[in-house]
Design a protein around this ligand. Structure first.
Ligand SMILES: Cc1cc2nc3c(=O)[nH]c(=O)nc-3n(C[C@H](O)[C@H](O)[C@H](O)COP(=O)(O)OP(=O)(O)OC[C@H]3O[C@@H](n4cnc5c(N)ncnc54)[C@H](O)[C@@H]3O)c2cc1C
Ligand SMILES: Cc1cc2nc3c(=O)[nH]c(=O)nc-3n(C[C@H](O)[C@H](O)[C@H](O)COP(=O)(O)O)c2cc1C
Length: 754
């Protein structure tokens, strides 16, 4: 096998040489070089836990780089009875897993070395020693916020900064390559189960290349600030591995990495503030020219307010939009969404701002017991515009509507004219959009409704700082300045984040503040779409999509009732009204399984959503005499009487001979966590059925886990490790390795959400 892969590598190496004409290559950068690099990387790392993880990651990356169509079935199974045709066995437990390397799904274009050197000499100017590059990677916006904060603080000290998302910064192609940068600050969050944010993936793959060498960053000083949550098993994993890799590439850390923690009483800012102060001091030591105004800036610099990033042009309504708001049709609605999103986020038209379709709710059913303390709904939607297309396991994103009274109150509070039409432009991004969508005026009220989260999300700290500039009452100004200061940070966290204070509430608490609309557009948290795992099969329900949604509500420390924006909005909809819901469909972490693949599903709570679709579809296949494999499903809820979601549905498909039936080799098991004195969860039920789990695993079953992102995925993984170790008669380490291989072989999937 290895020989085969090496042959393949040689093929690509030759192809690479053939194409070496000084241009950049996208296709040919594939095989041997990178495989070798990754191999070599392995030798660079030693001891600690993170590095161990990194080694595994590298090894597994190698492992995953099999050629397309690679027949994993050629690897020997470690189970003697494994004859299932769809068995996708990981490597044997007792083997050292150095599997063939080939045909890497690759990096972006990589320039030839000469070109890189040329770029480097051209851009390695003196000014780089007096400026900072801040690179961030975010999933939900916190890292961007932290990056902007660092940028503002540096600018206040007279230091020019550039702030870029890691996907905007291609270290190989960009006119400014990473080694030509003197001072770089990385602000990166960790998502999923220790994963890099999406926008960092290409950068990270690039950074793993061995060809970069140990001196690649020898002229670069770097600092890493991570955002994470110590409640997760892989706490700040991305920042840790990035820091290590930068050091291995010759970069010199300006300061020990900072690790922001959601669990800190002040959130990630609890670490960011002191870390940032040390960073400025270290940088100043290194090069005082970086901060012409010094590290400890004057009060007047502290109170410096840059102009807002957006410019707004107001137009008269009759000139621009003859249609009344009541007449808005789907096409216009679509246009408004594209226009408003591009104005707010500077999205290109190629980005997915245009909804895939508009949905209309046709069913809104409570599926938990009324008054039990949990409100879970089964929603059904039909497409209003184009037909619906998705596979089981996919995700739909929904843009929630906003409360009309809150909108009116916001407009009144900010003295805005709801009838006016506006064009919003980013000051420094005139050339950002290709097709001029930003030049299309939009009604001000619609803009707010579609892009600004005024009555749900809490504003960020900078919002309070900017508010202080526009407060006319002295006591309000003082309070706002205190909130924005390091001393006031904890109090702000209690007042704002902990209480989930909304923008509207904050503005009402500080009535003397008269904030210009430009600033509001820039600083009000953007209205975000919410993702939901689809709980239906489109083959069973043509042109429909079903969701299983837990309606979020809680009480704050000051006993204020709060509710989740999107789930409560959906729950409030009446299927008899024609409310248009913008929706985007995309692939999630759960690929649709072939009917003949045996499945082990673990989905407590609303984690059962995608598996309802799986079961529906497999039952349909069975009814059409398509050969199907069994499904073993572990569901969990609090009480049998209260939140046993879709009880009858599971019972129906567990009947004799059906997809979930024991006769077929599957099964349906429920953990009622609160129906007895001791807590029982899905992992306990799995252990009870360990022989069955093992049997299906041995037959090549794929594992799918969905639901809460907190402890559940790691508890479930631990249960699988126990089962594999005990039933397979191997050490725990071997079981862990085996499950990792299962994951890398595309047979262990987790979709988890907070
Ligand atoms: C890929 C994916 C699939 C998903 N699938 C489903 C699904 O099938 N079904 C489903 O119900 N959800 C699913 N979700 C979650 C869903 O996207 C939303 O996050 C969820 O519905 C809440 O959104 P919301 O707008 O109602 O709440 P938001 O307005 O976003 O409020 C939620 C936030 O409120 C805060 N909060 C919530 N509870 C508390 C509390 N007790 N104390 C303090 N703060 C709290 C937290 O900060 C939380 O992040 C999925 C998420 C993802 C990423
Ligand atoms: C779905 C999800 C998965 C997460 N996974 C991890 C994790 O594995 N490790 C960790 O340290 N933090 C994890 N976090 C916490 C985030 O890193 C933290 O909230 C951070 O502030 C988010 O920053 P961002 O908004 O820039 O993405 C996770 C958060 C979410 C919502």
């Amino acid at each position: 096998m290895k020989a085969k892969a090496l042959k393949e590598c040689d093929h690509y190496t030759a192809k690479y040489a053939e194409c070496a004409t000084g241009r950049t290559f996208s296709v040919v950068w594939k095989c041997r070089a990178q495989a070798k690099e990754l191999n070599n990387c392995l030798h660079d790392y030693t001891n600690d836990k993170v590095l161990e993880e990194m080694k595994k990651e590298y090894a597994l990356q190698e492992e995953s780089k099999r050629p397309v169509g690679f027949d994993i079935g050629h690897f020997p199974s470690f189970h003697p009875h494994n004859h299932h045709p769809h068995y996708l066995s990981p490597t044997p437990l007792h083997h050292n897993n150095h599997l063939p390397l080939a045909n890497t799904p690759t990096l972006k274009e990589v320039p030839c070395k000469d070109r890189r050197l040329k770029q480097r000499s051209r851009f390695y100017g003196m000014e780089k020693t007096r400026s900072l590059l801040i690179l961030y990677a975010t999933e939900t916006g916190n890292a961007l916020d932290a990056a902007e904060r660092l940028g503002r603080e540096a600018e206040r000290r007279g230091c020019p900064v550039r702030i870029l998302s890691l996907d905007e910064f291609d270290p190989a192609r960009s006119t400014s390559t990473l080694p030509s940068e003197k001072f770089v600050i990385f602000v990166v969050s960790t998502t999923g189960q220790g994963d890099t944010p999406n926008h960092m993936k290409a950068f990270w793959t690039f950074l793993l290349q061995r060809s970069l060498g140990r001196q690649w960053l020898e002229n670069t000083r770097y600092a890493v600030f991570g955002l994470g949550d110590s409640g997760y098993q892989k706490y700040n994993f991305v920042a840790k591995k990035l820091d290590k890799r930068l050091a291995d590439l010759g970069g010199i850390a300006i300061i020990e990495k900072g690790l922001g923690d959601d669990q800190h009483p002040s959130g990630y800012e609890g670490t960011l503030d002191p870390w940032m102060s040390s960073l400025w001091a270290m940088l100043y030591n290194e090069n005082p020219l970086l901060f012409p105004k010094g590290v400890n800036i004057s009060v007047s610099d502290m109170k410096m307010l840059h102009p807002p990033k957006v410019e707004i042009t107001y137009l008269d309504s009759h000139e621009v939009y003859p249609q009344s708001l009541a007449e808005i049709d789907l096409k216009s609605f679509e246009k408004e969404i594209v226009t408003s999103q591009s104005m707010l986020f500077g999205k290109r038209s190629s980005d997915k701002s245009k909804p895939d379709c508009f949905l209309k709710m046709v069913k809104n059913h409570l599926i938990s017991r009324p008054g039990c303390g949990k409100d879970v709904r089964h929603f059904e939607f039909e497409a209003l515009s184009s037909t619906i297309s998705y596979e089981v396991g996919d995700v739909v994103e929904i843009l929630p509507g906003q409360n009309p009274e809150a909108m009116d109150a916001f407009i009144k509070r900010c003295n805005l004219n709801p009838e006016s039409y506006i064009i919003v432009k980013h000051r420094n991004k005139d050339d950002f959009l290709e097709d001029g969508v930003t030049n299309v005026p939009i009604n001000l009220k619609r803009f707010i409704e579609l892009t600004m989260d005024i009555a749900s999300a809490s504003p960020r700290r900078y919002f309070f700082e900017v508010m202080s500039f526009f407060a006319s009452a002295e006591h309000e100004k003082e309070r706002l300045e205190y909130f924005a200061s390091p001393e006031g940070r904890d109090d702000l966290y209690q007042y704002n984040q902990k209480e989930r204070r909304t923008v509207l509430e904050v503005l009402e608490d500080f009535p003397s503040v008269n904030m210009p609309f430009e600033w509001l557009v820039q600083l009000v948290p953007p209205l975000k779409s919410r993702a939901f795992s689809i709980s239906s099969s489109v083959l069973v329900h043509p042109n429909q999509v079903h969701l299983t949604v837990s309606i979020v509500s809680w009480t704050t420390p000051f006993k204020r009732k709060r509710s989740g924006l999107c789930s409560s909005w959906l729950a409030s909809l009446d299927p008899n009204q024609r409310v248009c819901i913008p929706a985007w469909f995309h692939k999630g972490a759960l690929p649709a399984p072939e009917p003949s693949l045996p499945l082990i599903l673990v989905g407590p709570g609303t984690g059962c959503a995608p598996f309802r679709g799986f079961v529906e579809e497999r039952a349909l296949m069975e009814s059409k005499a398509v050969p199907t494999s069994p499904i073993l499903f572990f569901f969990g809820c609090r009480n049998e009487q209260n939140d046993f979601l879709y009880k009858d549905f599971w019972a129906l498909h567990s009947q004799q001979g059906k997809v979930l039936s024991e006769e077929k080799g599957g099964g349906f098991y429920v953990a009622f966590s609160r129906d007895q004195p001791q807590k029982v969860y899905v992992q306990h039920k799995m252990r009870e059925q360990s022989a069955k789990v093992w049997d299906l695993l041995s037959k090549g079953a794929a594992v799918y886990v969905a639901g809460s992102s907190n402890n559940m995925p790691s508890d479930v993984l631990a249960a699988f490790e126990d089962i594999v170790a005990e039933e397979g008669g191997v050490s725990r380490e071997a079981a862990v390795r085996w499950l990792r291989m299962l994951e890398k072989g595309g047979k262990y999937h987790v979709e988890a959400w907070a």
